[in-house]
Design a protein around this ligand. Structure first.
Ligand code: NIG
Ligand code: FE
Length: 416
């Protein structure tokens, strides 16, 4: 990982999102903005934040890059804490069928859905997946994303799950973005286990999970807890085994049918529960009490033409709410942060401030990294984005268009 020395000079608004842990609903509106401020970055870390005039010549002599941010706002890099960006093949026909009225689960029950991407991913080589992974990360970076979570789950067998995770490991080593890997082996029932999901969970626990852990290929384990996919009991069994082997937990919960995935996330102490379109009031309360980050994915609801998750209820219940894209080849083929911001602010009743918090420090909390990234604080990674306008209020106002001008990762300019 390369690390730079730089000064970002005189930002009109330094939107710090300051904090070292996730922000609860009542804290999410306070962006902790410093006006006319500069940031000094040393060895990839934020060294100093100041409103004083900086004597540039000595820094220039030491080789610091100086970026003039006069008239611009500067934010922490966005954290996209839920994606499935490693996959082979596409499912453009399924989107077309959905536009014509078919449901996501209906397409799945007819043999479409995740299983189609499994075939494409099993057939793809490591190099194919790596090359498309690079292109997708580059696209995310242009939207101001500096850390990305990525899930396996298009293999459903030992070799392909490991291949997906190894691609992410390599990308994390080589690409300037950070990639946080999640093992999502139980993402769908493969054909051979269509009627025997319990046996598939056994296979995942006994044959795949130990290899993932032994090779140190994942930080998180995740499961698709959904009617006709994996039940709450099966989810509990898989996630408990993963936790016992040292992985942190995430869960695809209460997306289409209210099964109680939210409550399970609280019971198991998951770091986050994701989707939650159908989460009950009780589920929301239990996630708040257990400090589970509630990650909502509005682009998926939009793409599936489902009702949005109850973001306001979660914020008002004082949950730590994060927003992420869910970029994947089926339910949500978009990595667009501008679309996500448009939906959160215009369709879900989130304030602009809550939306930015959900995409920065709370995204970091959803990855267990709020002490290192997600805000502009001394000691944190210098993952910073310069937007072309003087205020963060332009971010939703320029509807569905990116305002990102420059992206800095570990003090190195990666997008200019
Ligand atoms: O998060 N819901 C389950 N998994 C993905 C969809 C993956 C796919 O359709 O390929 C999701 O929406
Ligand atoms: Fe997902």
């Amino acid at each position: 990982m390369k690390k730079g020395n730089m000064i970002i000079l005189n930002a009109s608004e330094l939107v710090t999102c300051s904090g070292f842990k996730g922000k609860t609903g009542s804290e999410m509106n306070d962006l902790k903005i410093i006006e006319n401020a500069s940031v000094i970055v040393e060895e990839g870390l934020i060294k100093k934040i100041t409103q004083d005039k900086i004597e540039l010549s000595s820094y220039e002599q030491m080789g610091y890059e100086i970026i003039d941010a006069t008239g611009k706002c500067v934010l922490p890099g966005f954290v996209d804490s839920h994606t499935h960006f490693i996959f082979g093949g596409y499912r453009q026909d399924e989107y077309d069928w959905r536009l014509k009225g078919q449901g996501y689960m209906e397409i799945m029950s007819k043999g479409g859905g995740i299983i189609n991407s499994v075939e494409g991913t099993r057939n793809a080589t490591f190099e194919d997946l790596y090359a498309s992974g690079v292109r997708r990360l580059n696209s995310m970076a242009r939207f101001g994303v500096t850390t990305v979570e990525g899930k396996s789950g298009y293999g459903l067998d030992l070799d392909t799950e490991i291949k997906q995770l190894e691609v992410m490991k390599r990308l994390n080593e080589v690409h300037s973005l950070d990639v946080v890997p999640t093992f999502l082996g139980p993402h769908a029932r493969p054909k051979a286990y269509k009627e025997t999901p319990d046996a598939f969970i056994d296979y995942m626990i006994e044959k795949v999970l130990p290899v993932v852990v032994e090779k140190d290929l994942a930080v998180f384990a995740d499961i698709f807890c959904e009617e006709n996919v994996f039940s709450v009991d099966q989810s509990r069994r898989f996630l408990s085994a993963a936790k016992a082997m040292g992985l942190k937990l995430k869960i695809h919960a209460d997306e289409i049918v209210r099964l109680g995935g939210a409550e399970l996330a609280a019971e198991l102490g998951a770091v986050s529960a994701d989707h939650l379109l159908q989460a009950s009031d009780e589920g929301i309360k239990s996630m708040q009490a257990a400090s589970v980050v509630t990650t909502i994915l509005p682009c998926t609801a939009f793409s599936l033409k489902e009702d949005y998750a109850r973001a306001r209820a979660m914020i008002d219940a004082d949950c730590i709410v994060a927003l992420a894209t869910d970029f994947n080849p089926g339910s949500c083929f978009t990595e667009s942060i501008p679309l996500l911001v448009a939906l959160a602010t215009n369709q879900m009743g989130m304030t602009v401030e809550e939306t930015i918090t959900a995409l920065t420090i709370n995204g970091a909390a959803a990855l267990g990294r709020a002490a290192q990234i997600g805000s502009i604080d001394v000691g944190k990674r210098a993952d910073l984005v310069i937007h072309e306008f003087p205020s963060y209020k332009f971010i939703p106002y320029h509807i569905a268009v990116s305002t990102v001008e420059k992206v800095i990762k570990n003090g190195i300019k990666i997008i200019d």
